[in-house]
Design a protein around this ligand. Structure first.
Ligand code: GLC
Length: 353
């Protein structure tokens, strides 16, 4: 089964406000990393999860290793100041750690890669952005979960050690979009083991969990019950998939190829249905919940892309669900590296300038 389709039927797909009570952004810069970490330790998860508007640094550290080594996966340290200046408060940094592990049983992470990721995290934090760091495109664990569990745990132990003592503005997301065989009990087991590995060095850090079937909102209930109070849940929203992923090559062989627009009554009813399910889950868990990915491929007319992003963003904000656009400069870009220009209509749709 592919990312969004079951048989011939379109599965409406889904792939992910509070303020930081006693520290304004200006104050945060004046504290050292350990002081900041300490100053946050008594806050609730709702206070620590001070996120409203986020952008995914898509197609940078999560591209295949070979592609990065051949010059792909562009990301610049200057991006973060630019992102902050537009009004985003958070970035999500997807990382394909699984391409940088050594052999079992240690699965030692390549230190050059780890230190590069760390330097980018440092830069984003120094711009007063919250950073969501995940494991992205760990494809093998979706195919053979039991065989890959030790590697998952080892990655989180090493990443946990790498960021020991970091401020509470760094959040860990255990795994992007569990899918394929990674579902049900074994998916929940992967969440529990990842949290345990993270908690060795990060007893109070926010850990983010997304459910099975690509973290579709309909699968929110597949998440494990929060094992401690510093858990945040996430879901992804790309519905209707034949609209958001029209001609998206990476969804072959199910690439939708009928051009359509968005915004009729059926479309709006679908969004309303999603919102009621999402709100229900937030109330049920009592934990923060956010939209970790949403966006529309550039094959769709920009005015339709903008219309959808505007509608989804407004619904999320009305429900106090923070959001994270996919993505910054690639796949569904809002910023163009070549021209140095932002997509102004898309910024507008996000309520930014
Ligand atoms: C998921 C995939 C990413 C893709 C995006 C939009 O995050 O991991 O590669 O670009 O969804 O389909």
């Amino acid at each position: 089964m592919s990312k969004f389709f079951s048989g011939s039927a379109v599965i409406a797909a889904a792939f992910a406000l509070v303020s930081c009570a006693n520290s304004s952004p200006a104050e945060k810069t004046t504290l050292s990393l350990s002081e900041t970490a300490q100053s946050h330790s008594n806050q609730t998860v709702w206070e620590k999860f001070d996120m409203q508007r986020c952008v995914n640094m898509g197609n940078s550290f999560e591209v295949p290793r070979k592609q990065r080594e051949n010059g792909g996966g562009r990301i610049d340290k200057e991006d973060f100041a630019l992102i902050k200046s537009k009004g985003f408060d958070t970035i999500r940094l997807p990382v394909k750690w699984s391409d940088y592990t050594g052999p079992a049983p240690d699965f030692t992470l390549d230190p050059t890669f780890s230190n590069t990721v760390k330097a980018y995290v440092d830069e984003a934090l120094s711009q007063n952005l919250n950073v969501i760091l995940n494991i992205h495109h760990f494809d093998e664990i979706n195919e053979t979960p039991a065989a890959e569990m030790d590697r998952l745990v080892s990655i989180w132990k090493q990443v946990g050690a790498l960021f020991k003592g970091y401020p509470d503005d760094l959040w860990f997301e255990t795994l992007n979009e569990p899918n394929n065989q990674l579902k049900g009990d074994i998916m929940r087991q992967s969440q529990a083991l990842a949290i345990k590995a993270i908690r060795i060095h990060h007893p109070d850090r926010i850990v983010i969990l997304g459910g099975e079937f690509w973290s579709n909102w309909r699968q929110l209930d597949t998440n494990m019950v929060a094992p401690d109070s510093n858990i945040v849940f996430t879901f992804h929203y790309y519905e209707p998939f034949d609209f958001t992923h029209y001609k998206a090559e990476w969804t072959k062989p199910d690439m939708p190829n009928t051009l359509r627009s968005w915004g009729n009554q059926t479309d709006k009813a679908e969004l309303a249905e999603a919102m009621s399910g999402i709100k229900r889950y937030k109330v049920k868990t009592g934990q923060p919940l956010f939209l970790g990915e949403f966006g529309v491929y550039t094959s769709i007319k920009n005015e339709d892309r903008v219309k959808w992003v505007d509608a989804v963003r407004r619904e999320m904000e009305a429900a106090e669900i923070p959001w994270c656009l996919w993505a910054y400069a690639n796949t569904f870009p809002i910023y163009n590296y070549e021209s140095g220009k932002w997509d102004k209509d898309m910024l507008d749709a996000l309520g930014l300038e």
